[in-house]
Design a protein around this ligand. Sequence first.
Ligand code: ATR
Length: 267
Amino acid sequence: MSQSFGVIGHPIAHSLSPVLFRRAFLELGIDAEMERYDIPPEKLKSFIERVREEKFRGLSVTIPLKDDVMQYLDEIDPVAAEIGAVNTVVNDDGTLKGFNTDWIGATKAVEALTSFKGKTVVILGAGGAAAALVYAARKAGGAVIILNRTIEKAREMADHFHCGYESLDNLMKYPADILINTTSVGMSPNVDETLVPLEYFHSGMTVFDVVYTPLETRLVREANAADCVIVAGYKMLLFQAEKQFELWFGKQAPLKQMEESLLKALG
Ligand code: ATR
């Protein structure tokens, strides 16, 4: 029988998870399907019941459900609990288990080019995406400072993860070895926006923008011109999916082919 997977969020039409996994299923001859499901938060409880009844094998969970979904699962991985977000559900013979693979994807994306260890890591934003990044950087030995427009949110996150925080207005006072934008600033259609003045960049700084539509954001373009090392934003999506695949199937994902399909979809 074909195995069912879903990617859930609200909205969900633009999710690229099906692109990644359909290619992986095809490549490895796995009889499975992944569909998108647009689930507003108030419908999440009944959807999870459906997941149990129809024996979905797994879910990929995206905004705004990563936090809400945790209450309906049977087990939460301790790291996902610490981050406060589940992006992966595994149906293990009727037991629904929640994991977070975003931080693993982020770590792999950054550490392919540089190491967090001993570096000053400046994280822009204090929302859902920031939590996985802060966890990843701290776990790998980075000294993290969270800069957010709303300082109260930065303070809450910094208290939780035991790191520094400041208002985004003071960015220039915090030179980074590694700069990570976790906000949606610069995302299509607002491609002319950036939070980082040109004077902030220096040669050799690593810059990672989690925004990958467009593939080259203004932040990345300007950092590149200033001779920074660029971590491509789509890599986090790719590597978190690689880990999801491993959790669902217990084997290595066909990464090259998944990347090829992803880049094609991203144009
Ligand atoms: P996500 O789950 O994608 O991280 P979120 O939880 O809504 O989304 O968080 C969005 C983050 O982007 C927040 O840190 C937000 O700052 P505020 O806490 O001040 O709202 C930040 N953000 C969004 N638009 C921004 C903008 N125009 N300027 C600065 N920060 C912005």
